[in-house]
Design a protein around this ligand. Structure first.
Ligand SMILES: Nc1nc2c(ncn2[C@@H]2O[C@H](COP(=O)(O)OP(=O)(O)OP(=O)(O)O)[C@@H](O)[C@H]2O)c(=O)[nH]1
Ligand SMILES: [Mg+2]
Ligand SMILES: [Zn+2]
Length: 373
């Protein structure tokens, strides 16, 4: 799995195609950390000579854990580095000779959420290629929450997969699969996260050089999946409460782990709240069936409640659309609009404050120039 495959098809002198020749190239240590041409292209010739790219594997209060071609590095979180707000998955350039931070590379994707409290955006991760939405086959299974994660993944262009854990404890998986019918093409796997053989089916979605984020509630088995997939004990795992199948927030920090064949798994603490912000396209894609129906409604401003000629309500009555799905679509849209307004107000407030600060500074400068106190 640590090799990338290049297939070249050649045409022989008779004009017929000869069988394809498979050329295998070992992934470089940097490629195994997720380095791609997208990042390489951002480097100037000078930077190529004088700098080293390193990936952020974890962010601590006062330092970053980085990994590069030559191994792991710990970097104090000070100065301009703090201002750049690096997050797990980011790529940084450090000067080879001094080890100084030079700059943060542009991200191929980023996840953010509205921080609990609802006043600021919190970065979750950067440069992720695909997402494992992890849910257990018990009381944790929640279609509306899965839709939330899907919107987040799709907005950032990541490939989503749904991993249903604790299959070994589930007597009848059919109702769960039945409930997932509206999710169409979404790849789904059912696993016992504790069992290597069962988890092996996920290897096809964990290719060398790809970064996969494990997202889901506490106790669903994200860290267990990481340990079983890697074959090592990389993360601490916890217990769950029997009464409600909820976990105890065992994982406290987001961290990136590189697996032997070059895939990278991002383990994260179970999120109590995933407030959505800036994911309008992701929501539209996740609910494309309802969006298509809504275009058929008689009134262009139809609220899909009791208006005549409402194609959405007709689909619910006809049984082809679940009422829950409509309610969640509307809820997420309202949430996006509310969070967007809060952030816009906050930005306007910050702008006004900085203008006031500048004008006070200017007046003070003028007074000094005129010899006043
Ligand atoms: N039987 C069974 N137990 C599982 C499975 N997956 C996880 N567990 C158990 O569920 C508990 C919680 O697993 P964790 O891996 O710590 O869950 P987590 O998602 O990382 O939780 P947080 O770190 O709190 O977000 C542990 O006791 C695991 O052994 C599974 O597929 N089958
Ligand atoms: Mg965990
Ligand atoms: Zn309607």
């Amino acid at each position: 799995m640590s090799k990338s495959h290049f297939t070249r098809r050649s045409v022989n002198r008779f004009g017929t195609k000869s069988p394809s020749i498979k050329i295998e190239r070992e992934a470089s240590p940097l490629q195994k950390l997720g380095w791609k041409s997208f990042f390489q292209q951002q480097l100037t010739l000078e930077e190529l000579e004088q700098c080293l790219p390193l990936r952020v594997m974890a962010v601590h209060r006062s330092r970053l854990e980085l990994a590069g071609e030559k191994g792991a590095v710990s970097l104090p979180l000070t100065g301009s580095l703090v201002a750049n707000l690096p997050t797990v998955g980011d790529w940084l350039l450090l000067e080879k000779s001094s080890g100084y931070f030079m700059r943060l590379l542009s991200r191929s994707s980023q996840f953010e959420r509205m921080a609990p409290g609802g006043h600021q955006v919190q970065m979750i991760a950067a440069n992720v290629d695909s997402v494992f939405i992890v849910s257990s086959l018990n009381d944790d299974f929640n279609l509306s929450r899965i839709e939330r994660y899907l919107a987040l993944a799709r907005e950032s262009g990541c490939r989503p997969h749904l991993i249903l854990t604790k299959a070994d404890l589930c007597e009848d998986t059919a109702p769960f699969l039945q409930a997932l019918r509206p999710f169409g093409e979404l790849p789904v796997a059912m696993v016992n996260s504790l069992d290597q053989e069962s988890v092996a089916q996920l290897r096809q979605w964990c290719l060398s050089g790809e970064t996969i984020a494990l997202l889901g509630s506490s106790g669903v088995g994200k860290s267990t999946l990481l340990n079983t997939l890697s074959g090592e004990s990389l993360a601490e795992t916890g217990t769950i409460r029997e009464a409600d199948s909820k976990g105890r927030h065992t994982t406290r920090k987001r961290s990136l782990h590189s697996l032997s064949w070059g895939a990278l798994l991002l383990d994260s603490p179970g999120m109590r709240e995933l407030g959505l912000v800036h994911v309008e396209d992701g929501v539209a894609e996740t609910f494309s069936d309802i969006e298509a129906l809504a275009r058929e409604c008689r009134f262009s401003d139809c609220q899909h409640q009791s208006e005549p000629g409402c194609a959405v309500q007709e689909a619910i009555t006809g049984g082809s659309l679940d009422d829950r799905r409509l309610r969640n679509w509307q809820k997420l849209q309202q949430e996006l609009s509310r969070n967007g307004q809060t952030l816009a107000q906050k930005r306007a407030g910050e702008r006004a404050l900085s203008q006031m600060y500048r004008s006070v500074q200017n007046q003070a400068r003028k007074r000094k120039y005129h010899g006043e106190d």
